[in-house]
Structures are given as structure tokens and as C-alpha cells.
Design a protein around this ligand. Sequence first.
Ligand code: SF4
Length: 156
Amino acid sequence: MVFNSFAPQICFQEVPDEVSLAFTITGCPLRCQGCHSQDTWDPETGIQLNNDNFQHYLTRYQGLVSCVLFFGGEWNPAALLDKLSLAKKHGLKTCLYTGKTKVSQHLIAQLDYLKTGAWRPNQGGLEKEKTNQRFIELATGNLLNFKFREHHHAIS
Ligand code: SF4
């Protein structure tokens, strides 16, 4: 199962205490006002991320990352589930950033972390006290938003 992605990036802050290999999946249908990623809205943008080239990335970054992070992709659940279970087979943790407020139990079963909530310019991102977004560690149900605020304070 296939969807399109930009080339993956290594991220240090998007998942607390993990080094993440992050894939931005194109084709987000939510069209939030003020979205900073409107260049990703077109599902034809980017390169096809199939199971083979995804495995190739996992092998290339083996030992360098602890987690695989998807920015979106829940609109193609079969393709996303394939990738999450491959990441788990490689011993990696998994995280999904979604603009929705919840995702299916099938996806939850393959995820360690989940960030929910659309971008609302007047409420801000995870580092803001008044944000509508939630970053959850699924094994414990703990809300980890405080880790983003700590980091923000540390660098500002
Ligand atoms: S969910 Fe994220 S990528 Fe999608 S439109 Fe909203 S802010 Fe943009």
C-alpha cells in the first residue's frame, strides 16, 4: 500500500526523549486555516512511499533513530498500518501526528505516541498552555504536553 511522502528527516524534539525518523505524508484533507504545511496538501506531491523503499530507509537509519514519526497519513489507514508494523518489527517506536481528535483502534494498536488536534492559530502548538493539541504516550495514557513546554522554556 502506497502514499506519497517528502524525504524523511531526523527530528529531536517532535517526540520527547526519542530520535525520530520523520515522514511527512502528503494529501492532508483537513485544510486548517493558517496551516504551515500547505505545500503538503496535494497528494500527488512528494515521492511514493511503498513498503520496499520504507524498509530501505529503516535499514539505512538503523541504530541512528529510536522512533518513526508520521506527520499525517491516517487518511490512508492500510498504507500507514503497513509502515507502522514494519517499523515495530525493526524494534522502533512509532508516533503519529494527526490533526484529528482521534484515530482508529487499529492504528492505536501499532502506535506508541499520538499527537492529536488541528492547528488553531489562536491556541498555538504543543508548547502553549492553551493549546487544543494533545501529545499522548499511549501505553500509559499520559499527556506529555508538559515536555514541550519545558523544552520551549529551556530554549527561550
Ligand atoms: S492537520 Fe496539519 S497539515 Fe493538515 S491542514 Fe491541519 S495543520 Fe495543515
